[in-house]
Write a protein that binds this ligand. Structure first.
Ligand code: ADP
Ligand code: ASP
Ligand code: MG
Length: 451
Protein backbone atom coordinates (compact mmCIF):
# COMPACT_ATOMS: atom_id res chain seq x y z
CA UNK A 1 0.00 0.00 0.00
CA UNK A 2 1.26 3.48 -0.82
CA UNK A 3 1.37 5.92 2.05
CA UNK A 4 0.50 9.31 0.68
CA UNK A 5 2.61 12.10 2.11
CA UNK A 6 4.43 9.67 4.34
CA UNK A 7 5.94 12.42 6.49
CA UNK A 8 2.47 13.42 7.69
CA UNK A 9 1.51 12.54 11.24
CA UNK A 10 -2.20 12.35 10.63
CA UNK A 11 -4.13 12.14 7.43
CA UNK A 12 -7.89 12.39 7.43
CA UNK A 13 -10.46 11.85 4.76
CA UNK A 14 -13.63 13.85 5.39
CA UNK A 15 -16.74 13.41 3.29
CA UNK A 16 -19.57 15.94 3.29
CA UNK A 17 -22.98 14.94 1.95
CA UNK A 18 -25.54 16.82 -0.08
CA UNK A 19 -27.14 18.75 2.77
CA UNK A 20 -23.73 19.68 4.17
CA UNK A 21 -22.90 21.52 0.95
CA UNK A 22 -26.53 22.27 0.08
CA UNK A 23 -26.69 25.85 1.34
CA UNK A 24 -24.35 28.76 1.91
CA UNK A 25 -24.86 28.45 5.67
CA UNK A 26 -23.82 24.80 5.63
CA UNK A 27 -20.84 25.45 3.37
CA UNK A 28 -19.63 27.90 6.01
CA UNK A 29 -20.04 25.15 8.64
CA UNK A 30 -17.98 22.82 6.46
CA UNK A 31 -15.23 25.41 6.11
CA UNK A 32 -15.11 25.80 9.90
CA UNK A 33 -14.87 22.03 10.37
CA UNK A 34 -12.01 21.51 7.92
CA UNK A 35 -9.93 24.61 8.53
CA UNK A 36 -7.97 23.16 11.50
CA UNK A 37 -4.51 21.57 11.59
CA UNK A 38 -3.43 18.57 9.53
CA UNK A 39 -3.66 17.46 5.93
CA UNK A 40 -7.02 16.39 4.65
CA UNK A 41 -8.68 15.03 1.62
CA UNK A 42 -12.22 16.37 1.52
CA UNK A 43 -14.77 14.47 -0.56
CA UNK A 44 -17.91 16.35 -1.53
CA UNK A 45 -21.29 15.21 -2.82
CA UNK A 46 -23.42 17.32 -5.10
CA UNK A 47 -25.51 20.04 -3.43
CA UNK A 48 -28.70 18.41 -2.12
CA UNK A 49 -31.36 17.94 -4.78
CA UNK A 50 -28.93 18.35 -7.67
CA UNK A 51 -28.34 14.68 -8.52
CA UNK A 52 -32.08 13.96 -8.34
CA UNK A 53 -32.71 16.87 -10.72
CA UNK A 54 -29.98 15.67 -13.09
CA UNK A 55 -31.50 12.17 -13.07
CA UNK A 56 -34.89 13.71 -13.97
CA UNK A 57 -33.32 15.81 -16.73
CA UNK A 58 -31.71 12.75 -18.28
CA UNK A 59 -35.03 10.87 -18.06
CA UNK A 60 -36.72 13.80 -19.82
CA UNK A 61 -34.06 13.67 -22.54
CA UNK A 62 -34.56 9.93 -22.88
CA UNK A 63 -38.31 10.39 -23.34
CA UNK A 64 -37.86 13.30 -25.77
CA UNK A 65 -39.46 15.75 -23.29
CA UNK A 66 -37.25 18.61 -24.44
CA UNK A 67 -39.23 21.50 -22.94
CA UNK A 68 -39.39 19.89 -19.50
CA UNK A 69 -35.65 19.11 -19.64
CA UNK A 70 -34.87 22.72 -20.49
CA UNK A 71 -37.08 24.00 -17.65
CA UNK A 72 -35.28 21.68 -15.20
CA UNK A 73 -31.89 22.93 -16.41
CA UNK A 74 -32.94 26.60 -16.12
CA UNK A 75 -34.30 26.19 -12.58
CA UNK A 76 -31.14 24.43 -11.44
CA UNK A 77 -28.98 27.09 -13.12
CA UNK A 78 -30.74 29.87 -11.20
CA UNK A 79 -30.13 28.01 -7.94
CA UNK A 80 -26.39 27.96 -8.61
CA UNK A 81 -26.31 31.64 -9.54
CA UNK A 82 -28.02 32.54 -6.25
CA UNK A 83 -25.55 30.33 -4.33
CA UNK A 84 -22.41 31.93 -5.73
CA UNK A 85 -23.93 35.37 -5.33
CA UNK A 86 -24.27 34.77 -1.61
CA UNK A 87 -21.02 32.84 -1.15
CA UNK A 88 -18.43 34.69 -3.18
CA UNK A 89 -17.61 38.37 -2.69
CA UNK A 90 -14.22 38.20 -4.43
CA UNK A 91 -15.18 39.35 -7.93
CA UNK A 92 -12.34 37.57 -9.72
CA UNK A 93 -13.15 34.22 -8.11
CA UNK A 94 -16.86 34.81 -8.66
CA UNK A 95 -16.24 35.45 -12.34
CA UNK A 96 -14.18 32.26 -12.65
CA UNK A 97 -16.81 30.17 -10.89
CA UNK A 98 -19.60 31.86 -12.89
CA UNK A 99 -17.83 30.92 -16.13
CA UNK A 100 -17.50 27.32 -14.98
CA UNK A 101 -21.18 27.14 -14.07
CA UNK A 102 -22.07 28.53 -17.51
CA UNK A 103 -19.94 25.84 -19.19
CA UNK A 104 -21.69 23.09 -17.22
CA UNK A 105 -25.17 24.38 -18.00
CA UNK A 106 -24.32 24.98 -21.68
CA UNK A 107 -23.21 21.35 -21.78
CA UNK A 108 -26.49 20.20 -20.17
CA UNK A 109 -28.51 22.19 -22.73
CA UNK A 110 -26.47 20.65 -25.53
CA UNK A 111 -27.58 17.18 -24.34
CA UNK A 112 -31.20 17.93 -25.23
CA UNK A 113 -31.99 16.06 -28.44
CA UNK A 114 -28.88 13.89 -28.19
CA UNK A 115 -29.42 10.13 -28.51
CA UNK A 116 -29.77 8.67 -25.03
CA UNK A 117 -27.09 6.30 -23.78
CA UNK A 118 -25.68 5.11 -20.47
CA UNK A 119 -22.68 7.32 -21.08
CA UNK A 120 -24.89 10.37 -21.63
CA UNK A 121 -26.68 9.61 -18.36
CA UNK A 122 -23.41 9.10 -16.49
CA UNK A 123 -21.99 12.35 -17.82
CA UNK A 124 -25.12 14.32 -16.93
CA UNK A 125 -25.32 12.99 -13.36
CA UNK A 126 -21.61 13.65 -12.80
CA UNK A 127 -22.10 17.39 -13.13
CA UNK A 128 -23.41 17.83 -9.56
CA UNK A 129 -20.13 16.85 -7.88
CA UNK A 130 -18.11 18.77 -10.48
CA UNK A 131 -20.11 21.89 -9.62
CA UNK A 132 -20.04 21.57 -5.83
CA UNK A 133 -16.29 20.96 -5.67
CA UNK A 134 -15.44 23.79 -8.06
CA UNK A 135 -17.58 26.24 -6.11
CA UNK A 136 -16.41 25.09 -2.69
CA UNK A 137 -12.69 24.99 -3.50
CA UNK A 138 -12.88 28.57 -4.80
CA UNK A 139 -14.77 29.60 -1.70
CA UNK A 140 -11.96 28.18 0.47
CA UNK A 141 -9.41 30.10 -1.58
CA UNK A 142 -11.43 33.26 -1.01
CA UNK A 143 -11.33 32.55 2.73
CA UNK A 144 -7.54 32.28 2.65
CA UNK A 145 -7.27 28.51 3.07
CA UNK A 146 -4.64 26.57 1.18
CA UNK A 147 -6.99 24.28 -0.74
CA UNK A 148 -6.63 22.60 -4.14
CA UNK A 149 -9.00 20.72 -6.36
CA UNK A 150 -8.12 17.08 -6.93
CA UNK A 151 -10.10 15.87 -9.96
CA UNK A 152 -11.58 12.46 -9.12
CA UNK A 153 -11.64 11.50 -12.79
CA UNK A 154 -7.83 11.66 -12.77
CA UNK A 155 -7.54 8.79 -10.29
CA UNK A 156 -10.82 7.12 -9.30
CA UNK A 157 -11.58 4.06 -11.41
CA UNK A 158 -13.60 0.86 -11.20
CA UNK A 159 -12.74 -2.43 -12.89
CA UNK A 160 -14.94 -4.64 -15.09
CA UNK A 161 -16.66 -6.07 -11.99
CA UNK A 162 -17.53 -2.61 -10.73
CA UNK A 163 -14.96 -2.92 -7.93
CA UNK A 164 -12.49 -0.12 -7.13
CA UNK A 165 -9.26 -0.59 -9.08
CA UNK A 166 -7.02 0.04 -6.06
CA UNK A 167 -3.72 -0.23 -7.88
CA UNK A 168 -4.76 2.36 -10.47
CA UNK A 169 -6.34 4.62 -7.83
CA UNK A 170 -3.34 4.56 -5.54
CA UNK A 171 -0.82 5.21 -8.30
CA UNK A 172 -2.80 8.02 -9.88
CA UNK A 173 -3.90 9.70 -6.67
CA UNK A 174 -0.28 10.01 -5.61
CA UNK A 175 0.73 11.18 -9.08
CA UNK A 176 -1.96 13.88 -9.14
CA UNK A 177 -0.99 15.09 -5.68
CA UNK A 178 2.66 15.27 -6.72
CA UNK A 179 1.77 17.24 -9.83
CA UNK A 180 -0.33 19.97 -8.24
CA UNK A 181 0.90 22.60 -5.83
CA UNK A 182 1.11 21.45 -2.20
CA UNK A 183 -2.01 22.14 -0.16
CA UNK A 184 -3.42 21.57 3.31
CA UNK A 185 -6.82 20.64 1.99
CA UNK A 186 -7.48 18.63 -1.16
CA UNK A 187 -11.04 18.81 -2.41
CA UNK A 188 -12.32 16.00 -4.59
CA UNK A 189 -15.58 14.75 -6.05
CA UNK A 190 -17.42 11.87 -4.45
CA UNK A 191 -19.53 9.42 -6.47
CA UNK A 192 -17.92 9.91 -9.89
CA UNK A 193 -15.24 7.71 -11.41
CA UNK A 194 -14.04 6.16 -14.64
CA UNK A 195 -14.94 2.67 -15.74
CA UNK A 196 -12.48 0.06 -17.00
CA UNK A 197 -12.68 1.59 -20.50
CA UNK A 198 -11.88 5.04 -19.19
CA UNK A 199 -15.45 6.29 -19.70
CA UNK A 200 -17.20 8.39 -17.10
CA UNK A 201 -19.14 6.28 -14.59
CA UNK A 202 -20.18 6.40 -10.93
CA UNK A 203 -20.31 4.38 -7.73
CA UNK A 204 -24.13 4.29 -7.70
CA UNK A 205 -26.44 6.60 -5.79
CA UNK A 206 -25.07 7.71 -2.45
CA UNK A 207 -21.60 6.68 -3.66
CA UNK A 208 -19.64 9.57 -2.13
CA UNK A 209 -19.38 7.63 1.14
CA UNK A 210 -17.73 4.84 -0.83
CA UNK A 211 -15.35 7.29 -2.53
CA UNK A 212 -14.23 8.44 0.92
CA UNK A 213 -13.43 4.97 2.22
CA UNK A 214 -11.76 3.92 -1.04
CA UNK A 215 -9.46 6.94 -0.75
CA UNK A 216 -9.01 6.29 2.97
CA UNK A 217 -7.85 2.74 2.26
CA UNK A 218 -5.39 3.61 -0.53
CA UNK A 219 -3.71 6.39 1.47
CA UNK A 220 -3.89 4.47 4.75
CA UNK A 221 -5.77 7.34 6.40
CA UNK A 222 -5.94 7.59 10.17
CA UNK A 223 -9.68 7.99 10.00
CA UNK A 224 -12.48 8.51 7.51
CA UNK A 225 -15.17 10.90 8.63
CA UNK A 226 -18.61 10.95 7.02
CA UNK A 227 -20.30 14.28 7.78
CA UNK A 228 -24.03 14.34 7.18
CA UNK A 229 -27.30 15.87 8.35
CA UNK A 230 -27.91 13.66 11.39
CA UNK A 231 -25.98 13.03 14.61
CA UNK A 232 -24.79 9.51 13.77
CA UNK A 233 -26.05 6.06 12.93
CA UNK A 234 -29.49 5.70 14.51
CA UNK A 235 -30.91 2.51 15.92
CA UNK A 236 -33.77 2.61 13.37
CA UNK A 237 -34.71 4.52 10.25
CA UNK A 238 -35.66 8.00 11.56
CA UNK A 239 -37.76 8.60 8.45
CA UNK A 240 -40.13 5.78 9.49
CA UNK A 241 -39.91 5.54 13.29
CA UNK A 242 -40.04 8.15 16.06
CA UNK A 243 -37.68 8.26 19.05
CA UNK A 244 -34.67 6.75 17.37
CA UNK A 245 -31.26 7.64 18.75
CA UNK A 246 -27.65 7.66 17.61
CA UNK A 247 -25.50 4.62 18.43
CA UNK A 248 -22.05 5.60 19.75
CA UNK A 249 -20.16 2.51 18.56
CA UNK A 250 -20.67 -0.02 15.83
CA UNK A 251 -18.31 -2.76 14.72
CA UNK A 252 -17.35 -2.96 11.06
CA UNK A 253 -19.50 -6.08 10.72
CA UNK A 254 -22.56 -4.46 12.27
CA UNK A 255 -22.21 -1.32 10.16
CA UNK A 256 -21.67 -3.36 6.99
CA UNK A 257 -24.85 -5.40 7.59
CA UNK A 258 -26.92 -2.29 8.34
CA UNK A 259 -25.62 -0.38 5.33
CA UNK A 260 -26.13 -3.35 3.03
CA UNK A 261 -29.65 -3.88 4.34
CA UNK A 262 -30.83 -0.39 3.64
CA UNK A 263 -29.69 2.15 6.26
CA UNK A 264 -29.54 5.15 3.94
CA UNK A 265 -26.96 6.97 6.02
CA UNK A 266 -24.21 4.81 4.47
CA UNK A 267 -23.74 3.57 0.92
CA UNK A 268 -23.97 -0.26 1.06
CA UNK A 269 -20.26 -0.76 0.27
CA UNK A 270 -18.86 1.97 2.53
CA UNK A 271 -17.24 -0.26 5.14
CA UNK A 272 -15.60 -2.73 2.73
CA UNK A 273 -12.45 -0.83 1.73
CA UNK A 274 -11.46 0.19 5.27
CA UNK A 275 -12.47 -2.87 7.29
CA UNK A 276 -9.45 -4.94 6.26
CA UNK A 277 -7.04 -2.13 7.19
CA UNK A 278 -8.81 -1.37 10.46
CA UNK A 279 -9.26 2.30 9.52
CA UNK A 280 -12.05 3.75 11.68
CA UNK A 281 -15.05 5.50 10.17
CA UNK A 282 -16.68 8.27 12.17
CA UNK A 283 -20.15 9.59 11.38
CA UNK A 284 -20.69 13.23 12.33
CA UNK A 285 -23.35 15.92 11.98
CA UNK A 286 -22.22 19.00 10.03
CA UNK A 287 -24.92 21.09 11.70
CA UNK A 288 -24.02 19.84 15.19
CA UNK A 289 -20.28 19.07 15.16
CA UNK A 290 -20.09 18.83 18.96
CA UNK A 291 -22.34 15.72 18.97
CA UNK A 292 -20.30 12.53 19.42
CA UNK A 293 -21.75 10.77 16.37
CA UNK A 294 -20.91 7.13 15.69
CA UNK A 295 -17.53 5.47 15.65
CA UNK A 296 -17.24 2.38 13.47
CA UNK A 297 -14.18 0.22 14.10
CA UNK A 298 -13.19 -3.36 14.92
CA UNK A 299 -14.21 -3.12 18.58
CA UNK A 300 -17.34 -4.83 19.82
CA UNK A 301 -19.60 -2.93 22.19
CA UNK A 302 -22.71 -4.27 23.88
CA UNK A 303 -24.90 -7.20 22.98
CA UNK A 304 -28.48 -7.81 21.94
CA UNK A 305 -30.27 -6.05 19.11
CA UNK A 306 -28.53 -2.77 18.42
CA UNK A 307 -30.16 -1.42 15.28
CA UNK A 308 -32.78 -2.12 12.67
CA UNK A 309 -32.72 -1.23 8.98
CA UNK A 310 -34.95 -1.92 6.00
CA UNK A 311 -34.27 -2.49 2.35
CA UNK A 312 -37.07 -1.99 -0.21
CA UNK A 313 -37.73 -3.13 -3.80
CA UNK A 314 -37.04 -6.73 -2.94
CA UNK A 315 -38.46 -9.57 -5.02
CA UNK A 316 -39.15 -12.95 -3.42
CA UNK A 317 -38.94 -16.04 -5.62
CA UNK A 318 -40.37 -19.38 -4.52
CA UNK A 319 -39.05 -22.38 -6.44
CA UNK A 320 -41.02 -25.54 -5.86
CA UNK A 321 -40.21 -29.02 -6.95
CA UNK A 322 -41.27 -32.46 -5.70
CA UNK A 323 -38.57 -33.97 -3.47
CA UNK A 324 -36.26 -31.00 -3.81
CA UNK A 325 -33.69 -31.75 -1.18
CA UNK A 326 -33.34 -35.42 -1.95
CA UNK A 327 -33.04 -34.55 -5.62
CA UNK A 328 -29.29 -34.36 -5.65
CA UNK A 329 -27.94 -31.15 -7.24
CA UNK A 330 -31.23 -29.21 -7.15
CA UNK A 331 -29.88 -26.19 -5.27
CA UNK A 332 -26.75 -26.18 -7.42
CA UNK A 333 -28.94 -25.93 -10.53
CA UNK A 334 -30.89 -23.06 -8.96
CA UNK A 335 -27.80 -21.12 -7.91
CA UNK A 336 -26.13 -21.58 -11.27
CA UNK A 337 -28.97 -19.70 -12.91
CA UNK A 338 -28.55 -16.72 -10.56
CA UNK A 339 -24.80 -16.89 -11.11
CA UNK A 340 -25.29 -16.87 -14.89
CA UNK A 341 -27.36 -13.67 -14.66
CA UNK A 342 -25.01 -12.09 -12.12
CA UNK A 343 -27.90 -11.61 -9.72
CA UNK A 344 -27.07 -11.82 -6.05
CA UNK A 345 -29.35 -13.46 -3.52
CA UNK A 346 -29.97 -11.76 -0.16
CA UNK A 347 -32.15 -14.15 1.85
CA UNK A 348 -32.82 -17.83 1.45
CA UNK A 349 -35.01 -20.41 3.20
CA UNK A 350 -35.61 -24.02 2.28
CA UNK A 351 -37.99 -26.90 2.92
CA UNK A 352 -38.17 -30.39 1.52
CA UNK A 353 -40.15 -29.28 -1.51
CA UNK A 354 -39.37 -25.62 -2.00
CA UNK A 355 -36.75 -22.95 -1.72
CA UNK A 356 -37.57 -19.26 -1.29
CA UNK A 357 -35.04 -16.59 -1.96
CA UNK A 358 -34.89 -12.87 -2.48
CA UNK A 359 -33.13 -10.59 -4.93
CA UNK A 360 -32.99 -6.81 -5.08
CA UNK A 361 -31.91 -6.49 -8.70
CA UNK A 362 -34.74 -7.72 -10.92
CA UNK A 363 -33.08 -6.81 -14.23
CA UNK A 364 -32.91 -10.43 -15.36
CA UNK A 365 -35.96 -11.69 -13.46
CA UNK A 366 -37.77 -12.74 -16.65
CA UNK A 367 -34.88 -14.82 -17.97
CA UNK A 368 -34.18 -16.30 -14.52
CA UNK A 369 -37.83 -17.29 -14.14
CA UNK A 370 -37.93 -18.88 -17.60
CA UNK A 371 -34.88 -20.99 -16.83
CA UNK A 372 -36.17 -22.04 -13.41
CA UNK A 373 -39.53 -23.00 -14.89
CA UNK A 374 -37.82 -25.67 -16.96
CA UNK A 375 -37.55 -27.82 -13.84
CA UNK A 376 -39.68 -26.21 -11.08
CA UNK A 377 -42.82 -24.21 -10.32
CA UNK A 378 -41.97 -20.58 -9.72
CA UNK A 379 -43.93 -17.94 -7.78
CA UNK A 380 -42.84 -14.32 -7.74
CA UNK A 381 -43.78 -11.77 -5.05
CA UNK A 382 -42.61 -8.23 -5.72
CA UNK A 383 -42.78 -5.11 -3.49
CA UNK A 384 -41.18 -6.85 -0.54
CA UNK A 385 -38.92 -5.32 2.12
CA UNK A 386 -36.20 -6.92 4.19
CA UNK A 387 -36.18 -5.82 7.82
CA UNK A 388 -32.75 -6.46 9.21
CA UNK A 389 -31.96 -6.60 12.94
CA UNK A 390 -28.30 -6.29 13.82
CA UNK A 391 -26.21 -6.68 16.94
CA UNK A 392 -23.22 -8.65 18.15
CA UNK A 393 -24.19 -12.33 18.57
CA UNK A 394 -27.88 -11.47 18.64
CA UNK A 395 -28.93 -14.95 17.71
CA UNK A 396 -27.66 -16.13 21.10
CA UNK A 397 -29.06 -13.25 23.13
CA UNK A 398 -31.55 -14.24 25.83
CA UNK A 399 -34.22 -11.73 24.73
CA UNK A 400 -34.07 -12.36 21.03
CA UNK A 401 -36.55 -15.23 20.95
CA UNK A 402 -39.28 -12.84 22.17
CA UNK A 403 -38.97 -11.06 18.86
CA UNK A 404 -41.14 -13.76 17.35
CA UNK A 405 -43.99 -13.06 19.79
CA UNK A 406 -44.04 -9.44 18.80
CA UNK A 407 -44.41 -10.42 15.18
CA UNK A 408 -47.51 -12.51 15.67
CA UNK A 409 -49.69 -9.88 14.02
CA UNK A 410 -47.32 -8.99 11.23
CA UNK A 411 -47.41 -11.01 8.07
CA UNK A 412 -43.85 -12.28 7.72
CA UNK A 413 -43.08 -13.94 4.39
CA UNK A 414 -39.60 -15.24 5.28
CA UNK A 415 -37.23 -15.31 8.26
CA UNK A 416 -33.50 -15.74 8.18
CA UNK A 417 -31.98 -16.64 11.54
CA UNK A 418 -28.51 -17.97 12.08
CA UNK A 419 -27.02 -17.12 8.69
CA UNK A 420 -24.72 -14.88 10.67
CA UNK A 421 -24.54 -14.45 14.45
CA UNK A 422 -25.10 -10.73 14.06
CA UNK A 423 -28.15 -10.59 11.84
CA UNK A 424 -31.78 -11.65 11.84
CA UNK A 425 -33.74 -10.75 8.72
CA UNK A 426 -37.49 -10.71 8.14
CA UNK A 427 -39.18 -10.36 4.78
CA UNK A 428 -42.47 -8.46 4.76
CA UNK A 429 -44.62 -6.80 2.13
CA UNK A 430 -43.48 -3.20 1.72
CA UNK A 431 -46.96 -2.04 2.82
CA UNK A 432 -46.21 -3.62 6.21
CA UNK A 433 -42.68 -2.24 6.51
CA UNK A 434 -43.31 0.82 8.64
CA UNK A 435 -45.62 -0.95 11.06
CA UNK A 436 -43.09 -3.78 11.44
CA UNK A 437 -40.24 -1.35 12.04
CA UNK A 438 -42.33 0.45 14.67
CA UNK A 439 -43.42 -2.73 16.43
CA UNK A 440 -39.93 -4.18 16.60
CA UNK A 441 -38.58 -0.82 17.72
CA UNK A 442 -41.05 -0.44 20.60
CA UNK A 443 -40.39 -3.96 21.73
CA UNK A 444 -36.63 -3.98 21.43
CA UNK A 445 -35.69 -0.45 22.40
CA UNK A 446 -38.60 0.82 24.46
CA UNK A 447 -39.43 -2.35 26.37
CA UNK A 448 -43.05 -2.21 25.23
CA UNK A 449 -45.19 -5.30 25.28
CA UNK A 450 -47.29 -5.01 22.20
CA UNK A 451 -50.53 -6.70 21.32
P1 ADP B 1 -25.85 12.63 2.79
O1 ADP B 1 -26.48 13.48 1.75
O2 ADP B 1 -25.10 13.40 3.82
O3 ADP B 1 -25.06 11.50 2.20
P2 ADP B 1 -28.05 10.83 3.27
O4 ADP B 1 -29.39 11.43 3.00
O5 ADP B 1 -27.50 9.93 2.23
O6 ADP B 1 -27.04 12.01 3.62
O7 ADP B 1 -28.05 10.03 4.67
C1 ADP B 1 -28.50 10.66 5.83
C2 ADP B 1 -29.97 10.34 6.05
O8 ADP B 1 -30.14 8.93 6.19
C3 ADP B 1 -30.55 10.88 7.33
O9 ADP B 1 -30.97 12.22 7.19
C4 ADP B 1 -31.69 9.93 7.62
O10 ADP B 1 -32.92 10.42 7.18
C5 ADP B 1 -31.40 8.69 6.79
N1 ADP B 1 -31.28 7.46 7.58
C6 ADP B 1 -31.86 6.28 7.26
N2 ADP B 1 -31.56 5.34 8.18
C7 ADP B 1 -30.75 5.94 9.09
C8 ADP B 1 -30.11 5.50 10.28
N3 ADP B 1 -30.22 4.24 10.71
N4 ADP B 1 -29.39 6.41 10.98
C9 ADP B 1 -29.27 7.66 10.57
N5 ADP B 1 -29.84 8.15 9.45
C10 ADP B 1 -30.57 7.30 8.71
N1 ASP C 1 -24.72 12.95 -5.37
C1 ASP C 1 -24.81 11.51 -5.42
C2 ASP C 1 -26.22 11.07 -5.07
O1 ASP C 1 -27.06 11.92 -4.78
C3 ASP C 1 -23.80 10.84 -4.55
C4 ASP C 1 -23.93 11.08 -3.06
O2 ASP C 1 -24.69 11.95 -2.64
O3 ASP C 1 -23.26 10.39 -2.30
O4 ASP C 1 -26.50 9.92 -5.14
MG1 MG D 1 -25.62 9.67 1.33
Amino acid sequence: MIHLLSNQITMLVLKFGGTSVGSVENMINVKNIIKGEGKKIVVLSAMSGTTNTLVKISENIKKGEHEIALEGIETLYQKYLVTIDELLYNSELKQEVGNYIDTVFDYLKSCIGEPYSQLLYNTIVSQGELLSTFIFSHYLTQEGLNARLLPALDFMRIDRNGEPDNFYISRNLNRVIDEILPADIYITQGFICLDADGQIANLERGGSDYTATIIGSVINADEVQIWTDIDGFHNNDPRCVENTHAISNLSFDEAAELAYFGAKILHPQTVMPVRKFDIPVRLKNTMQPEAYGTLINSEIHGDGIKAIAAKDTITAIKIKSARMLQAHGFLKKVFEIFEKYETSIDMITTSEIAVSLTIDDDKYLKSITEELEKFAMVTIDSDQSIICLVGHSIIFHEDTHRLFQVLQDVNVRMISYGGSNNNISLLVHTDDKVVTLKKVHSYVFEGAVLV
